[in-house]
Design a protein around this ligand. Structure first.
Ligand code: DC
Length: 224
């Protein structure tokens, strides 16, 4: 039977992953966080001090990225190493934004994403899911929020940890990443023509998730 594919795109910090995770678990779908794939490649390049584009492309063959699921939670692997935590460091975020602009990096990850969606009912989040990876997705959502609100949320999340950057640093990072992600020539961050726009600036997680559920139900006729 054809699988149901829900694509959620949008800028960093719009709430994609929290909302997608919650909704996927409610619907019994698999949540695929595609940013984790780009982050894993970025981590490999950072750890091996590979910086220039030609070297990055040449090293892609050694970069074996895979996804596994334990209790419905996505874990991302670099060969046999679980890197799910290591890829969350702030330096990896910026590096991921940079490596993701390289066309060969994107094509290296494309078949993995398409296979996940062919074999499972998925909610997949990223930047180009509705435009490039799953152009025929059953539901497409473009999730956004103001840069200030996104920085606020990230600050609240990071302030619980050690070495928290300042709000201004986080806001600047968000603005720079948006710029990189929207202006690259391959698969830039943009709303697909047939995506529904949801602005979460004044919505909390529950309200945002309710909105997403409503959109999914209206497109696929309830929770199949
Ligand atoms: O969603 P995230 O913040 O974990 O993504 C990290 C970076 O990866 C992001 O700045 C851009 C890139 N990315 C992408 O280019 N395409 C995707 N589908 C997902 C992420």
């Amino acid at each position: 039977m054809k699988k149901i594919n829900v694509a959620i795109d949008g800028p960093a910090g719009a709430g994609k992953s929290s909302i997608a995770k919650l909704t996927a678990s409610e619907l019994g779908y698999i949540y695929v966080d595609t940013g984790a794939l780009y982050r894993t490649i970025a981590l490999y390049m950072l750890e091996n001090h590979i910086e220039n584009e030609n070297d990055i492309v040449a090293a892609l063959g050694q970069c074996k990225v895979s996804l596994r699921y334990a209790d419905g939670q996505q874990r991302v692997f670099l060969a046999d190493r679980d890197v799910s935590e290591d890829i969350r460091k702030p330096e990896v975020s910026m590096a991921a934004s940079k490596v993701s602009a390289i066309p060969q990096v994107r094509s290296h990850l494309l078949s993995l994403q398409k296979e996940m969606a062919e074999e499972n009912n998925v909610i997949m989040d990223g930047r180009d899911i509705g435009t490039v990876v799953l152009p025929n997705a059953d539901v497409k959502i473009f999730l956004t929020a103001s840069p200030q609100e996104r920085a606020n949320r990230r600050y609240k999340e990071l302030s619980l940890k050690e070495n928290c950057p300042t709000y201004e640093q986080i806001l600047n990072d968000i603005i720079e990443r948006d710029k990189n992600d929207m202006n690259r020539s391959v698969a830039p961050l943009k709303q697909a023509d047939d995506a529904v726009l949801v602005d979460t600036t004044s919505l909390d997680l529950q309200q945002s998730a309710a909105k997403i559920r409503e959109i999914i139900a209206s497109k696929i006729g309830g929770t199949r």
